[in-house]
Design a protein around this ligand. Structure first.
Ligand SMILES: *Cc1c(COP(=O)(O)O)cnc(C)c1O
Length: 494
């Protein structure tokens, strides 16, 4: 069976894997989803695989039959590169729950798991399609996608990358990481606006006839490094298998036992990948979706209404400061059995009125598998302190949202299913907040790194060592309304 991808909104001819990677988003504004059923995996056969082999098997379910060896090379290049810690994703115990440490890679954020392999998919796809045009990668970032994408794409032949970040909407460390990136094909541009402004403009760029004409003139095409690209989603499925199998292997779970996953969420790509893993055979009872004060997902999972009429808050967990959660569209598509007319109607409604509501049956289906909650900034700080005092484990601010939401879930339900908390970033990416949480003391960002290290003994991730003294290479800032024009200008320069 050929593995094709179609649009959630139904107006795009199905595409093969390579074209889906290159195109990034469906041309009708929808997101690409597999048009084929998920392949059930035999967990016993995967039990003894290392991360690269596991990735090859899992990702192999989404690509053409003859691509497996290519995928293995991609996985080796990404995960055997020496840029990740031994084992790639350690699963550690903190008190009575498990923490999946997704931040042990080249930029100290979970985005590394997907963005270290996406550029390899991109190069493979360019070759398979005999594509000679240059690809301009666009990324909007709430802090972590930007740096992970920059590291992934820098100096990759045939590509250039433009990252847009909200100047006041990312942490000091995230910003420093991005604006000091080296590489001849990278550019980082600050915008006066928030993440949603950046993401909306970048999505618009893909549908712009004007930019399309410019691209044709200059022999270039656009693609996306955001989780709207199916090539971001697929590699994230792997670590759900990995975490489950790790616990089986060490005897903490019996094969077939159910687990819960608690997922700090924004654009919802991470959690959706988990749901796909469940459909491929990982035994999951519930997904616990955690938000910060921007609790649009909590409200959606509770009421079935996705309502963007609300204030946008800048919080101490900035990578989740999002009101337009792209991947939810994919979940909704799955939950209405791929009825793209329905999804098209929902998103038309969202674009015109700023909200949509799923019907009661769909909501009931969603609530069978997902539950959701949020944490205020004060709760985030209290959670970091609580987890450290009880378990001697240091959480970052995003993972601390998950920690608190999970505790509340247990209090409300009494559910004793083992929980795996996804840790999405190193605490050293948000050191001022984490240090303040632990000691009550407010210090500047670089002092906080040193003091946090002295206080906890937790190793500073190698990508963040010496970051203070790196040369600033990218200073550009534009108005939020100028994003499309700027993209146009950059195309003309090629
Ligand atoms: C991106 C990010 C998230 C949210 O992940 P989504 O896949 O967008 O839901 C959570 N925490 C951190 C630290 C992130 O960088």
């Amino acid at each position: 069976m050929e593995k094709l991808y179609k649009s959630t909104r139904g107006h795009q001819q199905p595409l093969d894997f390579y074209t889906s990677i290159l195109q990034g988003i469906a041309n009708d504004g929808g997101l690409l989803v597999p048009a084929f059923p998920f392949e059930k995996k035999d967990l016993n056969a995967l039990l003894d695989l290392n991360y690269v082999d596991l990735a090859t098997e899992v990702i192999g379910s989404f690509v053409p039959e003859d691509a497996k060896e290519d995928i293995r090379r991609c996985a080796q290049g990404a995960y055997d590169s020496g840029l990740f810690k031994e084992g790639v994703v350690p699963v550690v115990k903190a008190g009575n729950e498990y923490v999946m440490e997704l931040f042990q890679g080249p930029t100290a954020a979970f985005k590394d798991l997907a963005l270290s392999i996406l550029p390899r998919f991109m190069t493979l796809s360019l070759k398979k399609k005999g594509e000679n045009r240059e690809v301009m990668i666009l990324a909007a970032t709430s802090g972590d996608t930007g740096k992970a994408a920059l590291e992934g794409f820098k100096d990759v032949e045939g590509t250039c990358i433009k990252v847009f970040y909200p100047i006041d909407g990312v942490s000091a460390i995230q910003k420093q990481q991005m604006i000091t990136t080296t590489g001849s094909n990278v550019e980082i541009i600050g915008i006066e606006g928030n993440f949603d402004d950046a993401q909306t403009a970048v999505k618009k760029a893909f549908g712009s006839a004007e930019l399309k004409a410019l691209c044709d003139q200059h022999d270039v095409f656009l693609s996306s490094a955001n989780s709207i690209n199916i090539g971001r989603l697929i590699p994230q499925i792997v670590y759900y298998f990995h975490a489950y199998l790790s616990l089986v292997k060490r005897g903490d779970l019996k094969m077939g036992d159910e687990v819960n996953f608690t997922v700090p969420s924004g654009n919802f790509g991470d959690c959706l990948a988990g749901w796909i893993a469940k459909n491929m055979g990982v035994p999951v009872h519930k997904f616990i979706v955690a938000s910060n004060k921007n609790k649009i997902l909590t409200d959606f999972f509770t009421t079935g209404v996705y309502d963007t009429h609300r204030e946008f808050y800048k919080t101490n967990a900035p990578a989740m400061d999002i009101l337009v959660s792209s991947n939810l569209e994919r979940l909704v598509w799955f939950m209405v059995d791929g009825d793209s007319e329905k999804v098209d109607a929902f998103y038309h409604e969202l674009n015109t009125s700023g909200e949509y509501k799923v019907d009661a049956d769909t909501l009931a289906r969603i609530q069978k598998e997902f539950t959701a909650g949020y944490q205020s900034e004060e709760e985030v700080l209290a959670n970091i302190k609580d987890c450290y005092e009880k378990n001697h484990y240091v959480l970052d601010t995003h993972t601390a949202c998950g920690y608190g939401v999970y505790q509340n879930y247990v209090k409300e339900t009494g559910d004793t299913t083992p929980n795996i908390l996804l840790s999405t970033a190193s605490p050293y990416k948000f050191p001022e907040s984490v240090y303040e949480a632990l000691t009550g003391e407010k210090v500047d960002v670089y002092t906080a790194i040193e003091k946090l290290h002295a206080f906890t003994g937790v190793e500073i991730p190698y990508p963040l060592k010496g970051i203070k003294d790196r040369e600033i290479l990218h200073k550009g800032v534009i108005k939020r309304d100028d994003i499309l024009k700027t993209i146009g200008d950059r195309i003309k320069e090629l």
